[in-house]
Every structure is written in C-alpha cells, then in structure tokens.
Design a protein around this ligand. Structure first.
Ligand SMILES: Cc1cc2nc3c(=O)[nH]c(=O)nc-3n(C[C@H](O)[C@H](O)[C@H](O)COP(=O)(O)OP(=O)(O)OC[C@H]3O[C@@H](n4cnc5c(N)ncnc54)[C@H](O)[C@@H]3O)c2cc1C
Length: 569
C-alpha cells in the first residue's frame, strides 16, 4: 500500500459514511465519557471580531498554557501560504493507552482522518486537521521517577539505571521540575519549557545542554505505543527494537501514538550559566571582521561540550550572543570570553558593546527553579497569569515571540564542523555575512553534536535522526513570523504581502548559507514546510529503514503528517 499510495479517502462530516451519533456514543462510552466535541475559541472572533471577548482571546493567544489547554488550538496558528490551524470535529481526551487504542480502532474502522496532539508545538501544522478525530494526550501528565529501571524484556542484558517515566501529555517544564528542581537529577529534554515530551523525543530533540548530554531521543529507554492495529505495545531495545529506533527521531505522528515514555536520568553538573551581550559594528567591513573573529574564537574556545544555545548574526551589523554553558562557574566562563571581549574593546571606533556583558552561573539545580529566579528579581520566566495556574506554569521570556505566532518562513541547515577548520573559517564567515544581508542567521550550537563527548555522539548514531547531526557544529535557523492572527477576522488578519516578502528574504539568506554547506540536512521539527527533498534533508540515509518500519507497523497509512515518513504515499 505504502509504495503505491493510499487509496482510502478519509470520511468527512458531510460524507454518507461519517459515523452515526450512535457510533460516536459507543466511542464515548469506551473512553469513559472523554470524547469531546471541539470548541474552537477563534469562532467567537469570526462572529464578533470587535468584541471584548475577541480582544481577550488574542491576548490569551500569547499564553502557551492557555493554548495548550484547548484541544482546538495550536501553538503556531499558521504559516503563510502553507497552513492555518483548524480544529478537529471531536477529540478523545485520553487518560491512558486503552483510551488511545479505542480511538485508533474507531478511526481505522470508520476511515477517519486521525491526528495526535501533545504539546501542540508543531511548526508544520502536523497536530491539527479539519474534519478529523483528535487524540489529545494533554490529560496524561503522570510523572514517575525510578531508581533502577530496566526496560521490559531486558533483564540480564541491561543494567538498572535511574529513569523517569512521563505521560505523553507532559511538557518539559513538568519534567524539569520533577527531575531537577525536586530531585537534583538531569533529564535531556527540550529548550522550550512548553514543548510536549512525545513530540520532541520523536523529533530527535535538543535542549540547551545537548552539546554535553546529547539528543533527547538518545535517552529514550522505553515507550508504550499504540500502533495502527490498536495494539498497545512496548518498544525498547529488547521488544520491537525497530519501532523503538524509529520513535527516536523518525518524526511524530507517523508510527503510532505514544502513551508514555521512559528516559534515562543523568548527573547534574555543579553549575549552569548564561552569557548575554551584543556587539554592534560601525560598518560592513568591521562587521565582516567581527564575524570572522567570532568564528575563529568559537572554534578555538567554545567548540566543546560546555557551550550551547545561540549567536545571531543580524542584518543591522549586530552580533547577538545568548549562549549557555554547563560545568563552569562564572569566573571560568568570564575567562573564556575575556580575549574576545578585549579584542572588541581594543577597536573602539569599530565596535560598540550594547550593554555590559552578563556572564553568570547558577547552581544547576536552580536552572528551572521558578522561585530561585523570582527571589532574585530576574524576569527570565513569564508566568501563566490566569487564576488557578501553578507556580511552575512558566515559559522562558526568550520564547515569547513564538507563542501563537503565524510563520512567514522557517528554514534550518546543519553546518558541518569541517567549516571550522582553519582553511574554511573565512568561507563560513563570508557566508554568514552574505546571509545576514537578507535576514538574521541564528546559530544554535546545541543542535549540532560535533564537539560533544563521544558518548553523546554515539547515542545520536543509535537514533533515526539524520546522521548529519553528529558531524555538525551547529544548526543554522533562519525564520520570520508575525503576531497572533487568523484569516477572516477583521483587525486580526495575517499580513500576507509582508509575510511573503519576509519569506523571500529568508530564502535568499538560506541560499547564501547553502552555498557553504550544499549537501547538509535540516532538523525535521524546525524546518521549511516547503522543504525540497525532505526525506534526505530530515533523515539522510536512514529513510529507507524508516519506510520499512512504517510499512510494518502502519501498512495502510492510518497515521500521516505533512512530510512525515510514508506521507509520499
Ligand atoms: C516555541 C517552540 C520552541 C521549540 N523549541 C525546541 C527546542 O528547544 N528543541 C527542539 O528540539 N525542538 C524545539 N521545538 C520543536 C518541537 O520539539 C517540535 O515541534 C515537537 O514535535 C513538538 O512536540 P509537541 O508535542 O509540543 O507538539 P505537537 O504539535 O503536539 O506534536 C508534534 C508532532 O508529534 C506528534 N505527536 C505528538 N504527541 C504524540 C504522541 N503521543 N504519539 C505520537 N505522535 C505524537 C504530532 O502528531 C505532531 O506530528 C520548538 C517548537 C516551538 C514551537
């Protein structure tokens, strides 16, 4: 079926074959009453765009917890000329794997379009579809810590180790609170605190400190997953190992529905820290030299497991540093940066440092400790302002721009570490400068594993992710978006013309970067909706094996997402 394409047209509410009320009632009974018709919050604005209710809604669309709590909403509201968020007809607000299995069976038997949503953070719109049945895992947020976990069926072959089991509806902030703040351990998850655990693990997944700990997917020990036949399976190194491998980076929404997953725990270092400053160059020539100097400095001093997160090469001749580090205290981190800061200060006419650099470490256990930051008056987190929210319902202030946004363009490219070799640095710097004439280039150093410890690199090789990740020193991201907006709501419509112009700038910028890394790949979850050659870009030479797993566990293509494994059928 997969090769030749799927012959089944999914049933829509207007079709004769749409399930009867009695059939829906049977599903409702099977899932303990948790079948809910979807209320689409934006509908209120479609009928009364000028109302106070609509104004409040658009304010709420900047709150990821508000969005996350609504089965009819997604964290990205749309992408110009690509997709616009649309609610499903019904959702099963799943409590456990049995509820999920009931929904999967129902969708398969009635030939319905089925979608799965956890944290709702897909940029590509893969967790929403009109006229569909939604499996909504948000209610499944149970977290259990283990001191000595052995995957099922692995007794005698696997040493017991500390681990955490997370319900598929949990988000990373909940995991970090339980594992790090409450228990003093580390689990590799995502940088953004409101991303869902199951979506991120299936992407491969990077967090701020991935340059030390590796991919989030590499920490997966076991998943409970409902496959297209409605069976509840365990996938780990000993049971269904092919499915287990595919879940580690093969992309969400393609192989089955994960109900819970278990991740290994690690030791915390003594400190985590951050470096924040900007340098503005006075001219294009000075900016070119600054970029060249930074590339050399990165290669010599930062290209190792201590350093992650970002540097932005901005169009206005500003180099914006917002990096993190692990395993160094403030003094050692300052010493690392001093030569670069001195060199910049020496050329006073050419460069201006925006504000005094912040280079500070905190005890690692306090990194996600909301109270710690609050006591010090440091507004690194934004808080869900609604009554009844929990103290830990927070998101990094730096992620606020992407809540409820509409994407104009989003592309990524792994930059191979060979570009850091002495003879190639000039070429890389030139490409970054040339790209920055069109749009801001974000270098995410934690999203390429070259420079990471051997164990982290080896861990990534055991996943389905594109092997390009292990030889890249960074993932370059170029993106552009606009505020919450929705078509057809006067006063809140997306700016199509502006969005298209921005998309052209992003494309021009990426062309300059691709000239330096022509055969590289893109990160499946942070990439172009219109990615050409997406199979190669996302998975490289892993694609044929992923397609085999897909055929084995979902031969009729019940699960499909845009540019997901098997979607070419
Ligand atoms: C603001 C923002 C910040 C981000 N930061 C990072 C980051 O720091 N690091 C990083 O690596 N990525 C990051 N991402 C990308 C993110 O990891 C992916 O988009 C991820 O897939 C989101 O998972 P989710 O559960 O939140 O999203 P969803 O939209 O709910 O799901 C994403 C995909 O996974 C599928 N899926 C969800 N749950 C399940 C399940 N239980 N079983 C099977 N399939 C499922 C969905 O069908 C969909 O196709 C970020 C995205 C956003 C919007």
């Amino acid at each position: 079926m997969l090769e030749g394409g799927f012959s089944v047209r999914r049933k829509r509410p207007s079709d004769a074959g749409w399930p009867s009320q009695a059939a829906w009632q049977r599903l409702k009974d099977a899932v303990g009453g948790n079948l809910i018709p979807i209320d689409f919050p934006l509908a209120a604005c479609q009928t009364a765009p000028g109302s106070a209710e609509c104004k409040t809604l658009f304010e709420n669309l900047r709150n990821p917890y508000y969005i996350g709590n609504h089965p009819g909403l997604t964290q990205t509201l749309g992408w110009i000329d690509a997709w616009t968020t649309k609610p499903s007809v019904y959702a099963v607000a799943a409590r456990n794997a049995a509820d999920i299995a009931a929904a999967v069976d129902f969708a398969r038997e009635h030939q319905l379009r089925l979608v799965i949503k956890g944290g709702g953070h897909s940029y590509q719109g893969t967790s929403n579809a009109p006229d569909s049945l939604l499996i909504w895992t948000r209610p499944m947020q149970e977290i259990t810590l283990h001191t000595a976990f052995v995957p099922q069926g692995c007794d005698g072959t696997h040493t017991p180790q500390p681990a955490v089991t997370l319900g598929a509806g949990a988000i990373w902030m909940q995991a970090y609170d339980a594992v790090t703040t409450q228990s003093g351990r580390y689990v590799q998850g995502g940088g953004c605190t409101t991303v869902g655990v199951a979506g991120l693990i299936q992407s491969g997944g990077f967090g701020s400190f991935s340059k030390h700990y590796g991919l989030a997917a590499a920490g997966l020990l076991e998943a409970e997953v409902v496959t297209a036949d409605g069976n509840i399976r365990v996938a780990n190194a000993c049971r269904n190992p092919d499915l287990f491998w595919a879940l580690k980076g093969g992309g969400g929404g393609s192989f089955g529905v994960i109900s819970k997953l278990t991740l290994r725990l690690r030791e915390l270092p003594e400190f985590f820290g951050g470096v924040i400053f900007t340098v503005k160059a006075a001219s294009g020539d000075a900016y070119k030299r600054l970029i060249r100097r930074f590339v050399g400095f990165y290669s010599e001093h930062l290209f190792n497991h201590h350093w992650g997160e970002q540097v932005h090469v901005n169009p206005d001749y500003t180099l914006e540093v917002s990096m993190v580090f692990q395993g160094l205290d403030s003094e050692r981190a300052k010493k690392v940066w001093q030569p670069f800061l001195d060199a910049v200060a020496d050329e006073r006419g050419a460069y201006q440092i925006g504000r005094p650099p912040i280079i500070v470490s905190v005890p690692a256990r306090n990194w996600w400790d909301v109270g710690y930051w609050k006591e010090r008056g440091l507004p690194v987190f934004l808080h869900d302002p609604r009554p009844g929210s929990r103290p830990t319902d927070v998101w990094w202030a730096g992620d606020a721009g992407q809540v409820g946004w509409v994407i104009n363009a989003f592309e990524s490219l792994w930059l191979p570490a060979s570009l850091l070799e002495a003879g190639a640095q000039e070429h890389l710097a030139d490409a970054l400068f040339a790209g920055s004439r069109h749009a801001a280039v974000e270098l995410h150093f934690n999203k390429g594993l070259a420079g990471a410890p051997a164990e982290a690199v080896e861990g990534s090789r055991q996943t389905a992710m594109n092997p390009a990740v292990s030889t890249a020193f960074a993932l370059a991201i170029v993106a552009d978006g606009q505020s919450p907006a929705y078509p057809g709501i006067p006063g809140h419509e997306p700016d199509l013309a502006g969005g298209r112009r921005a998309a052209e700038r992003v494309a021009r910028c990426m062309r300059e970067l691709r000239a330096a890394a022509p055969h590289s790949g893109a990160y499946v979850s942070e990439s172009n909706f219109f990615e050409r050659n997406w199979r190669h870009s996302y998975w490289g030479n892993h694609y044929p094996q992923l397609a085999t797993v897909k055929r084995r566990y979902d031969p009729a293509g019940l699960f499909f997402v845009h540019n997901g494994v098997g979607s070419e059928g």
